[in-house]
Structure formats: C-alpha cells, structure tokens
Ligand binder design. Sequence first.
Ligand SMILES: *Cc1c(COP(=O)(O)O)cnc(C)c1O
Length: 384
Amino acid sequence: MSIKEIDDEYVANTYKRFNVVFVGGQGATLLDENGKKYIDFASGIATNSLGVGESSWKQAVIGQINKIQHTSNLYYNEPCGKLAKLLCDKTGLKKVFFANSGAEANECAIKTARKYSFDKYGENRYEIITLKNSFHGRTIATLSATGQDVFHQYFNPFVDGFKFAEANNFESVLSLISEKTCEIMLELIQGEGGVNVLNRDFVDKIYNICNKKDILLIIDEVQTGNGRCGSLYAYEQYNILPDIVTTAKGLGGGLPIGACMIGEKAKNTLNYGSHGSTFGANPVVCAGATAVLNSLTTEFLNQVKIKGEKIKRVLLKCKQVKSVSGLGLMLGIECDNAKKKVEQLLEKGLIVLTAKNKIRLLPPLNISESELNAGLKILEEILN
Ligand SMILES: *Cc1c(COP(=O)(O)O)cnc(C)c1O
C-alpha cells in the first residue's frame, strides 16, 4: 500500500489532504517523496517559524533529548522555568501556563477569566464576548468561543455563555456587555477567518472599557504571535496591555506547545489543582521554544516586516489581486478562485494556504531572499 492508501484507510477522515508526501527539506525548501522541491509559504500552518532544520533550534531540541525527554509537572525542569521567564521578561506578563496546543492555551485563558471573576464577584459573571469570524480552537469550549456558525453543529450542547460581536464595530461589542461579562477575547488579525486586521481605534475602545469594568482582555495570538506579524506579539502594534495573551503555533518551531501568559490582575487566579496538563511544559519542546524566542531579535523582526512589505508590493502589481491584508509575514490575498489557485501553485512548487476565500501566506520568518524571490515568481505566474 502507498502512504496515501494507508492513510486513507486508517487515519480518521478529518482532513482533506493534498496528494503530496513531504519527506524532508531545509529552510523554506521542502522535498516530497519523488524528490520534487517546493518553496514553503505556509510553514506547516505557521508552526515551523524558523523553517526546516534551523541549527539553533535543532541543537536545543536534540541537546535536551540527549538529557531527558520528559519529567511530568510533579517536578521542576530547567527549560520550563527558563522559557517562562523569557516570555515574561519580553512581554511584561507575569505567569505562564504551558499546554500543548492553541486550543488548550485558550481553554486555560477561559478558565482563568471565569475563575478570576468567580473569586472576585461570585457566580453568574461568566459571559465571554468574542468576535464573529473568529477562530479559537477545536475543543468544545473553544468551538463555543469561535464566532462561526459552521462550527456550531453536531456536538450539542456547546458551552454556555459566549456572545459574538461584529469585528471593527464597537457599538456591537458595547451592546453585548452586561454585568455578566467577565472576558473579551480577540484575535488582532483573524487568521482562519480571512486575515482580517482589527482597527486600532476599535481595539483601543475595547481595551478602555475592559479596564473600566474589570473585564479581562484576552488576546489570542496563537497564529499572530512569536514574530509572525513583525513584532514579538501583534498586540505590541496596538496601544494595549492585555490581561492574558495566548499563543502556540510558531512558538515551538514545529513542536507542539501552547502558552497562556497571564498579567498582573489574574496572575494568582490559577492555584494548586485548578488546572494542569500531563505533557505541558515538556522540556524538549520548551528548549526548542527558547531557541525560537532567542532568534527573534529586533533586527530579525525588522526583516520580517521588510519581507512582508516586499511581498505586498509584488502582489499588488498582479492583475488578479484585488487586495492584500495582514501584517508582517501573515498575509491574505483577495482574488477569485483561491482554492483552485492554491492547487495550481502547489503544482508549480509553491506551498500556500487558504483562509475563507483568500490565499493565505505564512512563510518561515527567516526565509532567505532567494527562496522568497522564487516563491514570488510562482505567485506572479498564477496571479497575472
Ligand atoms: C490555530 C489557532 C487556534 C487553535 O490552535 P490548535 O493548536 O490547533 O489547537 C486557536 N486560535 C487561533 C487564532 C488559531 O489560529
């Protein structure tokens, strides 16, 4: 049986896969089982933030594997504490809970916000406002938080207490706030929802009302974080300090990690026994994440911005491109037949993604000039 046949027979049918098997690569160049080369503008959905086989990341991961691969959270492990300190030093947030995915990071944020409110105000202040078109994960609670009807089927009953406001419409948020509201959760750029950037003014107003009413502001940076948008976290490009920031995808450089970073207000809300994860804070994964964060210097992040602007410039000259949205190396291309074009691009050796009816680009943050140019050339062929 071929790899495809085995997969189709034995793996749960939750994914519609492209007919490609990637077996290796280096940087932003991937290799399939037939030896065909591809330029990677997707990074395994923003996870391989430093591309394939980056040396500092690889050394950190292999070095930790050679020491010990897991300890459990009953004991201290060195990479866990060091990574938490690094995240807090770089953001000003105060405590980190480590999980294994974005959904779990958001679960932790939801639990933290509800317990913060319970501890301070008692029962019945549990409502959470998120945005229409958002995406917060695949667990029952994070699906409930996701503001898209397509995700609210089959699995009833969902978790109660979520309300959905219109993005970039503050009146809509305001109309949902009540004495029951404990949290507002936002992606600053809606990733799966179509690479929609939130307005600064809208986010400012939400930040202010959250402060005024002691509603926790949670920024879901699962996709936008870890240098993706040209700053360590996207919220730095807004005038806010979130109460909680969640992240995952790019933090692990391709290994599964989620982090829920909690600020001053709620830093002591989670206490012994209130939350946990068997695999969370895995030392191999934390060592890799530390290498990723250490790569994201100011100069590196500037390069992310410059590369993003170059891609935008080239794309906006293409005849079929109607608009380009996004920040840094998280970009959405508005054009007709995005899904069809993604197949054509793959055929020509360029890996890209979709987001709703757009083509979505999430190249490795350290993509080389020559790989970037090679990818752009293929995009120009298809989009002109
Ligand atoms: C991908 C994503 C998630 C879910 O992350 P998983 O690791 O798949 O659980 C949550 N929020 C946002 C914004 C995402 O992009």
